[in-house]
Design a binder for this molecule. Structure first.
Ligand code: MG
Length: 254
């Protein structure tokens, strides 16, 4: 877990006290776990097509497959493991840092990143602790947060590099990783809400006892993270709420 620098942390604590959300014991304050892509910004428009193309090209180059085979393998591993990376590491001994770097260069990303102003205003007003929890790599995450101008609102930023356990990569929806995160944050699961566009991640969070909010602002257009059989107007049992704005999180937050 990459915690904010001590100076920034002190400033954050001071601002939290000023907003009155730091007075309660840590266990009593809600912890918000925010996904990044297609939850806080429209990654389908800014990055996903290029990242996917980069992954396919990487597989072509490293595994010597034809492009259509490489694309099918990329999708297969994403569906099976929740991340193409895991399949490549497990079955092809791909070096994860090399893969992440090669597929997330994304020149000009900052000029394409687009969030929603009202969401960020709501994020700033939200009581409790905010933790960014993304399967994306740290460099990419820092660039997106910088472009959106919202990095300072997070108490901690957890990226895929922080999701390694005993030599294994354990990105969302890995429950062991989520359990460790809860322990490190010292928060009981029911006081934690995962805000996320990917249903598989919500299902794992609910199995641990967390609350879940399904962010759908960009889901309909993207079709991302939604199983083929799942319609966005339905609410699976493991989803507490469907939201299209972050302002909606403040209603009934406790
Ligand atoms: Mg997402």
């Amino acid at each position: 877990m990459t915690l904010a620098a001590p100076k920034r942390r002190r400033a954050l604590r001071a601002s939290q006290r000023a907003r009155g959300d730091d007075g309660a014991p840590a266990a009593a304050a809600r912890v918000w776990l925010f996904d990044l892509d297609n939850t806080l910004h429209n990654a389908s428009a800014s990055a996903f097509a290029e990242v996917n193309a980069g992954m396919t090209a990487y597989i072509v180059e490293q595994l010597g497959l034809a492009e259509d085979e490489a694309d099918a393998l990329r999708r297969q591993y994403w569906l099976r493991y929740g991340a193409t990376l895991l399949g490549l590491v497990r079955h092809h001994a791909v070096q994860a840092p090399h893969f992440l770097h090669a597929t997330h260069r994304l020149p000009g990303l900052e000029s394409r990143v687009h969030g929603h102003r009202h969401d960020f205003a709501a994020l700033a007003r939200l009581g409790g602790r905010r933790v960014l929890l993304t399967n994306a790599p740290a460099d990419y995450t820092a660039r997106v947060l910088g472009a959106l101008g919202i990095g300072h609102w997070f108490h901690a930023v957890v990226t895929i590099e922080d999701m390694r356990m005993f030599g294994h990569w354990r990105p969302k929806p890995d429950r062991r990783m989520l359990r460790r995160l809860l322990a490190r944050l010292r928060v009981p699961a029911p006081r934690c809400t995962l805000v996320e566009d990917t249903l598989a991640h919500q299902k794992a969070a609910r199995q641990l006892g967390m609350r879940t909010a399904w962010m759908q602002r960009w889901t309909r257009a993207a079709g991302w993270g939604v199983a083929a059989a799942t319609r966005t107007h339905r609410r699976p049992a493991y989803v507490d709420r469907r939201v299209r704005t972050l302002a909606a999180l403040r209603r009934g937050a406790r």
